[in-house]
Design a protein around this ligand. Sequence first.
Ligand code: F0G
Length: 426
Amino acid sequence: MYTCSRCGGLLAVELPVEPRRDPLKLRETWWARRISTDTRDRSGVWRYRELLPFTEDAPCTSLGEGNTPLYDAPRSASYCALDALNLKHQGCNPTGSFKDTGMTTAVTQARILNARLLVCASTGNTAASLAAYAARADMLCAIVVPRGQVSRAKLAQTLDYGAIVLELEGNFDDSMRVIRKLSEDESIYLVNSINPFRIEGQKTVAAELLEQLSWEVPDHVIVPGGNLGNSSAFGKGFQELFNLGIIERVPRLSVVQAEGAAPFSRLFARYDHNSLDDDKPVVIEMVDQPQTLASAIRIGAPISWQKAWRAVVQSKGWVLAVSEQEIADAKAIIGRDGIGCEPASATTVAGIKHLVSAGNIKATERVVAVLTGHILKDTDYVTNYHSGTLVDPLERPLSGTFANQPLRVRANKNDVLEAIKSRSAQ
Ligand code: F0G
């Protein structure tokens, strides 16, 4: 349903560019909607509906997604040796991850099609998001997750929203394979990011981000890479804003993966950055047994790699991989900025540190990292890091470089004060 019958590539939605659209008028319209009480205007996705392939009377299913904060993060910036760094926190969406921005449009499309059953494979966040939006739309949904590889919080959310949860033997890539077979049945509607209507919603984040920067295009945007739908969506979003004349250039889009689940980064490493050409055919080698504690991106066969490749190459960005220790430390540093995220999101800051030290990002350039999930998505990870018990997938201990352990005190004022004094002196 979502693949081209000629080349086998994934389909994308293309809207004709309306030549008479005034870019400044569009910006004004989107800005003015911020103070409206209309459900669609309250959503940070539907507010940009001129970019979406829906008619005015579409049965929009929204939970008030989008409108996520753009923070400045001075500690993370200095950790990366940058003058400044912005973090766009997509974990502040209704179900705690960026998936909601695409799920609102995918579930709306499912309603238009009168779909009977919505399905997805997931490492946890897509599952929670689909479960919530299907519940809002009063539709049946079934979710396939790799057993034992999804964080407890994500599973708990999904169950609470009433989805049918199927725990599959195998990893995410096996779940994805099964789900694609399932969706050959026409009554079953697949909402993984191979569904182009997911990408349509997710791409609006590019517009929201630029609006928050007063339409001043940053030099770099950095995203974590798993199945590579998010990278594809950002690439598409920036390109369309450029085609509409809303921005005068696109930022470099770079993707960061975890070392143990990095097929896209390995593909990129085979080529010289300066002579990359998106017209040249390339073939990715998938990773058989992906491993990372950042379970959201434990993916060896990313489904949207071709779209993401185009986005990275056209914008002259980079793809790289970071270690488990680097992810863990970057996450703790982001925390010190007062901003919590899940491990997969912290690959961005770890990756930026690499890109700066390699001279690919300059200290004075404007950089935005996209945080994709909320800190409470995986509290086991956080607790283990701070108590020094975090071990990598091969059971090797990771060091709690920036660990912060609780102190035990007796129940009296003096002991409490002494403990505070000793800790604050460290
Ligand atoms: N960050 C988080 C928190 C995620 O949940 C995901 C993907 C990614 C990054 C990677 O984004 O796949 O578009 O490259 N999670 C999917 C899921 C696979 O099922 O929740 P991507």
